[in-house]
Design a protein. Structure first.
Length: 381
């Protein structure tokens, strides 16, 4: 049934087509294309989408992939909020649902089921129709053992058999991915990573994480822990020496709040600091001084990955990277060139609106499309 799979792939890629358009794009005869459409329609994989008008002769019927055959939910779980959105094979944009995570420690199954139900309701689909879930979290999963690793902020989540146990509990296929990796997926497809051979994404937020993209593929490592540089011990000469023992203590949210106060900036917490980072530098010399002090910290945190990978581009992402934006990226790039043997190009992330959720959506889009293409094999049985 290779022809049927080819026809379905063309409908996924190009959207609704007529039988004649399918024949032309597939290189097959019109009778063969008509037979493919018949089989796919009988299998309820495609349906009549509309009519093509504006040409001579009778209107031609167009056929499209049925969006309800494979439906998933992309979810971004943070310590404070859970975002979720429905994803179908057509790639249609659905409303995003966001809900505060009030009880950090609630069972992971409950958190994910609530997110599935909320996203389904927002999209107007039945939650029972969901077949797959893609979840972004501030942790990693060992692909060999299914063990949850680097999970400082994940109470309520199983440590062993995390993916398999949640799949069994929810009754759907669950894919779990590190949040920085998903942000890099979004940056590769929709942002500044599209035109480079390799890049590293530095996620600066409550903690510190790194995603590595090599030739369009995320490098996760043997245990899923590639890029967890935040857990490296800080050398005594590092800026972290007065604030903690790990590399992530260079730029962690709590440390930056204290650093801002040291510069005479009045901030009550991290959200207020982020708002301040996004303000006009010309109106606040103290803010400019804060970025001058922050840049060496970010550059020092970058050194391990730059020395090993020598990426074409380093993208500053996460709340701190996004709000501090170009002024911080320029300072980091200059500090690296002036103080180290490496001088990578440093830029702020272009995908700054829910990048983890966008990455989870892209991963899930590939998943549901592969599932519906694989279902074509059943037509020959």
């Amino acid at each position: 049934m290779l022809n049927d799979r080819k026809a379905l792939a063309l409908l996924i890629e190009h959207g609704p087509l007529t039988k004649n358009e399918l024949a032309r794009r597939s290189g097959l005869s019109k009778p063969t294309a008509a037979e493919m459409v018949r089989r796919l329609e009988e299998a309820e994989l495609i349906s009549v989408d509309g009519e093509q008008t504006g040409r001579r002769g009778p209107a031609a019927v167009t056929y499209g992939v049925r969006a309800d055959r494979e439906v998933g939910v992309a979810i971004d779980v943070t310590p404070s909020v859970v975002r979720s959105v429905v994803v179908d094979v057509t790639g249609r944009e659905y409303p995003v649902h966001a809900e505060p995570l009030i009880a950090n420690g609630t069972s992971a199954g409950v958190v994910l089921q609530n997110a599935i139900d909320a996203a389904s309701a927002a999209a107007g689909v039945l939650s029972s129709a969901i077949t797959a879930v893609s979840v972004g979290i501030q942790a990693a999963v060992d692909p060999r053992t299914d063990e949850l690793l680097y999970n400082d902020f994940m109470p309520g989540w199983p440590r062993q058999r995390v993916r398999s146990s949640l799949s069994e509990e929810l009754g759907v296929d669950v894919v779990i991915e590190n949040d920085a990796n998903l942000a890099a997926v979004a940056e590769r497809s929709l942002g500044g990573g599209a035109d480079v051979s390799s890049f590293a994404l530095l996620w600066i937020g409550e903690g510190l994480g790194v995603a590595v993209d090599i030739g369009g593929r995320i490098h996760r490592g043997a245990t899923g822990g590639a890029g967890e540089i935040g857990y490296l011990a800080a050398s005594p000469h590092m800026h972290a020496a007065d604030s903690g023992e790990l590399v992530q203590d260079l730029v962690a949210a709590a440390v930056l709040v204290d650093l801002a106060r040291d510069h005479g900036l009045s901030v009550d917490g991290y959200p207020e600091l982020l708002a301040l980072l996004g303000s006009d530098l010309a109106a606040s010399p103290r803010l400019a001084d804060l970025l001058d002090d922050l840049a060496p910290r970010v550059g020092t945190a970058m050194l391990p990955l730059v020395a090993v990978l020598d990426p074409e581009l380093v993208v500053l992402a996460g709340p701190t990277g996004s709000f501090a934006g170009v002024p911080l990226a320029q300072r980091v790039e200059r500090w690296m060139a002036d103080n180290t043997r490496w001088s990578p190009r440093v830029a702020t992330a272009l995908v700054d609106d829910a990048p983890v959720l966008r990455g989870a959506r892209l991963v899930l889009l590939d998943t549901v499309r592969a599932a519906i293409l694989d279902s074509v094999a059943a037509l020959g049985t």
